[in-house]
Design a protein around this ligand. Sequence first.
Ligand code: HEM
Ligand SMILES: *[C@@H]1O[C@H](CO)[C@@H](O)[C@H](O)[C@H]1NC(C)=O
Ligand SMILES: *[C@@H]1O[C@H](CO)[C@@H](O)[C@H](O)[C@H]1NC(C)=O
Ligand SMILES: *[C@@H]1O[C@H](CO)[C@@H](O)[C@H](O)[C@H]1NC(C)=O
Ligand SMILES: *[C@@H]1O[C@H](CO)[C@@H](O)[C@H](O)[C@H]1NC(C)=O
Ligand SMILES: *[C@@H]1O[C@H](CO)[C@@H](O)[C@H](O)[C@H]1NC(C)=O
Ligand SMILES: *[C@@H]1O[C@H](CO)[C@@H](O)[C@H](O)[C@H]1NC(C)=O
Length: 328
Amino acid sequence: MQKSYKLTCIYFVLTCLMLFVAARSQLTEDFYVKTCPNLFNIVRKEVRNAIKFEMRMAASLLRLHFHDCFVNGCDASILLDGNDGEKFAAPNLNSARGYEVVDTIKNAVESACSGIVSCADILAIAARDSVLLSGGPLWKVLLGRRDGLVSNQTEANISLPSPFETLEAIIAKFIAVGLNTTDVVALSGAHTIGLSRCAFFSNRLSNFSGTGAPDSTLDSTLISELQSACPVNSDGNNTVPFDRNSRDLFDNHYFSNLLNGRGILHSDQTLFSSDAAVSTTRSLVQLYSNNSALFFSDFINSMIKMGNISPVTGLNGQIRKNCRVVNP
Ligand code: HEM
Ligand SMILES: *[C@@H]1O[C@H](CO)[C@@H](O)[C@H](O)[C@H]1NC(C)=O
Ligand SMILES: *[C@@H]1O[C@H](CO)[C@@H](O)[C@H](O)[C@H]1NC(C)=O
Ligand SMILES: *[C@@H]1O[C@H](CO)[C@@H](O)[C@H](O)[C@H]1NC(C)=O
Ligand SMILES: *[C@@H]1O[C@H](CO)[C@@H](O)[C@H](O)[C@H]1NC(C)=O
Ligand SMILES: *[C@@H]1O[C@H](CO)[C@@H](O)[C@H](O)[C@H]1NC(C)=O
Ligand SMILES: *[C@@H]1O[C@H](CO)[C@@H](O)[C@H](O)[C@H]1NC(C)=O
């Protein structure tokens, strides 16, 4: 009698634990409402400070969340230091930025609620606030991610899309992480803010793919502008804004630029101009260019989907103390 009572008790506790863990395997809006009630204010304030100092930081923080989520899921693996980690992968080296700002945000959050909030969630909130503070839409960011333990450079080299790839290859990389063609177009609209280095598009400015001429999908006025921004003998590190008329404003001009041959990267222009775009992305580019509300609502959906790529939850991973290193 006594023994079976004990057993029942143990089963009950175990079931409760499993339910608890299962419940936590879904991201939720109110994950920190009890444990870190001031979280949203703290992050917003730090993002605002960073942007006041350098407006481009909004773009850089948004991109960090993207580059985190595409590699091993949204687990802050991009933030781990080390020469053999993601920071030194081809798409990130000398390119991804904002790590110091993430440290500042994390320190402010730790001061208020120590050991509670993951670096992966901080990236998601900072990306959301960056869009908002750039004039873009606001959404309810889902939380409860935990931080991963490994940073995989090979995986970053493989999974992140490159500006030199075909539209088919880029779509395939999105599909590989559970996103679709609509997400490709909507999320590419992030290139309404931020800068690109010449190294990523100067191949379009002369003898493109051995044709003896610049990329024929590129507007001729833009060719001259980019040629003077990227002199032939410069090292490729000069930068130009993606959206040359409203570089810091999160709007739908990225898409009207594509209609006018003014996409900076080949991977941008290909969403409108390639043969493959006709049956996949072209009509959405046209829709977004003329319908900012539709772009904003699709962008929100796609950001939430992207933020849900293989999150670490439950008892897996950890809450890092310092976003750059796994806890000792
Ligand atoms: C579709 C495939 C994509 C490709 C090939 C691509 C490629 C690039 C490249 C080459 C740069 C310039 C980096 C540099 O100059 O160092 C860049 C910048 C940027 N990307 Fe993308 N990107 C893609 C999708 C996305 C997505 C999905 C987002 C976010 C949702 C995003 C957000 C950004 C932002 C905001 C910047 C500017 C960063 C800054 O100024 O610091 N990109 N991207
Ligand atoms: C990632 O790509 C870069 C540049 O191509 C290369 O130098 C590096 O060795 C690659 N890393 C791994 C682990 O494959
Ligand atoms: C890193 O990613 C590659 C490619 O996906 C995979 O083969 C490898 O096992 C991963 N390494 C670790 C340590 O997870
Ligand atoms: C992409 O997925 C969303 C749901 O997440 C769906 O509404 C949309 O229609 C899909 N787009 C395509 C082209 O399949
Ligand atoms: C363009 O590149 C191709 C192949 O890379 C080369 O054969 C050709 O001579 C180049 N043309 C010009 C005008 O530089
Ligand atoms: C840009 O600057 C970095 C760091 O100063 C340097 O290593 C790199 O070779 C430069 N050029 C390109 C094309 O990235
Ligand atoms: C944008 O949509 C409106 C109707 O909503 C239409 O009258 C207009 O011609 C469209 N403009 C472009 C450039 O497609």
